[in-house]
Design a binder for this molecule. Sequence first.
Ligand code: HAM
Length: 451
Amino acid sequence: MVKVERVRGTRDFLPAEMKKRREMERIMREVAIKWGYEEVQTPTFEHAELFTLKSGEEILKEMYEFVDKGGRHLALRPELTAPVIRMFVNELKMARKPLRFFYFGNCFRYEEPQRARYREFWQFGAEIIGADSPEAQAEIIALAHEILNALHIKGSIEIGHVGILRDFLAKLSEESGVSLNEDEKNRIMRLIDKGAKEQIEEFMRAKGFKDDAIADLFGMVSLRGEDALKEAREMLRSGDGENGENSRGTALDKLRELEAVAELLSEGYGTPFTLNLGIARGLDYYTGLVFEIYAEAEKLGAQRQICGGGSYRIAHLFGGEDTPSTGFAFGFDRLSEIFPFEAPSDLKVVVVPVLRKADAGLRRDLQIAALKTARILRSHFVTLTDVLGRNLSAQLAYADAIGASFAVIIGERELKEGRVTLRNLRTGEQESVSVEECVRKIKEQECSKEG
Ligand code: HAM
């Protein structure tokens, strides 16, 4: 016989894990809804070109692609931003903007599996469609922070701006007389995202950049903390003469944008963050502010990035108008590894018909009475009944094994009297009661236990 194993990089979730995940989902949803975001869902697979148009080389390498029976070139979604924008272009082009959406869904990436890195994983994300203003950016970051707070998870928020990095790279290219095409610029951005210094150096040298220019780029991506903006401004102006703002106006505007976001976050939202101009992100579609959140917990090892996001424009690629948008996605599985959670012990009631000596007719009557009683109890408690025709002691042993707190026993005598025997499985006490009394007594005993 062949033993069929789970596919590499995927996971099964047992009941305890699912309880935790559902609780996290509930908390995250609740926060998003309070901020005026509405839930959307898109298909698990899409035309592959949705992701090949702008997501970047990294995502393409990791994409689960296939041709379906109708010859369509499809892909399992590696992320949810492109699908949500496609949905917006297909269905909601005329809707009043900005639109605020959130989503929770599985994503697929053919990555090397390791702790907290899977081939099927879940993202919980939010997008503001139709705005990438400092206000929209600050709101998105503050919302992500609020979700973490609600989960009691500590994370540090690092904010950068890919527009500034790209402009600085353009300045360095201009000064060095090197021309870089779009692919080459994206490649450098991805290497910055990976922190692959040696590869950056090698690549830039091969393109003809001098050591000074390479050092300047490293200088820019290492700017972090309070003075980052001031230092970035100086670096963007340097070499441009007195009136640096003229030739580098756009980059300086972007610095002002970052400054505005920083102010809204600290003064308005009270959201803590660190500026980090080295944040480049692994996806190519970002145009402006970008941010990442790192978990403080050691448990995640190398995969401490629990959230990523920023401003982007992709709607025009899918047949819509150029639409500025801003969003983020949490790595739900990474959060679940560090979410502090103790499963509440559910109250379970087992209805036990005493079938031992009964003749066939009586057995049937007892079973029907048990099912009817269970129907009433179920509107108050988690209630189970026997499905294996087992005797009293086997049913009680099962009740014990699944952690039931009460057994409601129905034998021949109870059937005749129209009553049941309620047994508290923790104390062993039992009494004869009507079904209505039974509900009341279980509630009372549960309350006194909790009290
Ligand atoms: P991303 O950074 O590629 O961004 O993914 C978001 C988060 O998903 C990551 O920060 C990480 O926590 C989690 N994640 C990514 N890959 C894996 C994996 N293999 N296993 C477990 N967790 C993983 C995006 O996908 C963008 N769509 C985010 C966004 C939304 N930007 C704007 N709007």
